[in-house]
Design a protein around this ligand. Structure first.
Ligand SMILES: C[C@](O)(CO)[C@H](O)COP(=O)(O)OP(=O)(O)OC[C@H]1O[C@@H](n2ccc(N)nc2=O)[C@H](O)[C@@H]1O
Ligand SMILES: Nc1ncnc2c1ncn2[C@@H]1O[C@H](COP(=O)(O)OP(=O)(O)OP(=O)(O)O)[C@@H](O)[C@H]1O
Length: 283
């Protein structure tokens, strides 16, 4: 009997560097970025229904049911595969929204992989990543599940294996709109493409940082605080700020000092996403 119920992790990502090379005619930006996953994320439960209905039972503040990326992913997969089954979905949401750690994109990717399994569609990763890209630029890397150097709008992926330190991630209590940052006239859009692989040291900057810190003093403050202990970086368009440490104990020590004033969490960097590790264990 095939499984009819499944609980899967939906991990966060970090952008270890992010360069903006230019703007395309459709307004999207050409990037070069390095994605790594965190062993930290949401947990989503799926239960197959035979009446074709897709129902997300967990309400999100400010996100209508049909606009939720989980529902959009399930609906598109159902339409494109011609599947007659439906699904009940519940999520334990811990990832901040608008934090630059890819929560929505990860939820969409987990849903594509989870339903491909439960609905027994037999789609391959290429098909799921192509569908995923129509939901968001960050969805394909979560579908692939391997740390990657990304180009294009984030969809041309080359797997990489950077170090896997422990990270302290600070979560300023502001939600940053990705579209707002990418439309700022002051954004750097002319970084030179890096042609050498692996990406040489000294390229770890995030081109969004000056615009984000100008608009969001809370993010600037978090970068300054964390910068007293380690190289502090911005992920995506923020708001989250992160720094690496050689051990959990060292990350915890700094966390104890900083999280009195700021919310944050400690998590291990991972080159294979915990979603893929879990799916592998099911086979
Ligand atoms: C900044 C990053 O998080 C880096 O990983 C991503 O590039 C953003 O990926 P995402 O959240 O999946 O982005 P999407 O939902 O596709 O796009 C949100 C908005 O950001 C802008 N956007 C996004 C990605 C990109 N390469 N260029 C853009 O200009 C567009 O205005 C778009 O309307
Ligand atoms: N399942 C979902 N989880 C989170 N946000 C969602 C979801 N579905 C729709 N959204 C919408 O998408 C917006 C961006 O959410 P998300 O958490 O992916 O931001 P982010 O971490 O900044 O993403 P990125 O790094 O990909 O730019 C939210 O503010 C919310 O309105």
């Amino acid at each position: 009997m095939p499984a009819t119920r499944l609980t899967l992790p939906s991990p966060a990502k970090l952008n270890l560097m992010l360069h903006i090379l230019g703007r395309r005619e459709d307004g999207y930006h050409e990037l070069q970025t390095l994605f790594q996953f965190l062993d930290y994320g949401d947990e989503i439960t799926y239960a197959v229904r035979d009446d074709g209905v897709i129902h997300l039972h967990t309400a999100f503040e400010g996100v209508p049911h049909d606009s939720n990326l989980i529902v959009k992913a399930a609906t598109k997969l159902q339409e494109q595969s011609g599947c007659s089954l439906g699904v009940d979905i519940w999520i334990e949401k811990i990832l901040p929204m608008g934090g630059g750690i890819g929560g929505g994109s990860s939820n969409a990717a987990t849903t594509l992989l989870g339903l491909n399994h439960l609905w027994q569609l037999g789609w391959d990763e290429d098909q799921l990543a192509t569908l995923g890209l129509t939901l968001g630029a960050d969805v394909p890397v979560f579908v692939r599940g391997h740390a990657a150097f990304a180009e294009g709008v984030g969809e041309k992926l080359t797997p990489v294996d950077p170090e896997e330190p422990w990270y302290l991630v600070l979560v300023p209590q502001v939600s940053v709109s990705t579209a707002e940052i990418f439309s700022d006239p002051l954004l750097t859009r002319n970084s030179s493409p890096i042609k050498v692989r692996p990406v040489p040291k000294g390229n770890s900057r995030n081109d969004c940082l000056p615009v984000v810190t100008r608009r969001y003093p809370d993010v600037r403050n978090a970068l300054n605080l964390l910068g007293n202990f380690t190289e502090a970086k911005l992920t995506g368009t923020g708001s989250c700020v992160f720094g690496g440490f050689p051990s959990k104990a060292e990350a915890d020590k700094v966390s104890a000092l900083l999280t009195e004033t700021l919310t944050g969490f400690v998590a291990k960097g991972s080159n294979i996403s915990m979603l893929h590790r879990k799916l592998q264990s099911l086979l």
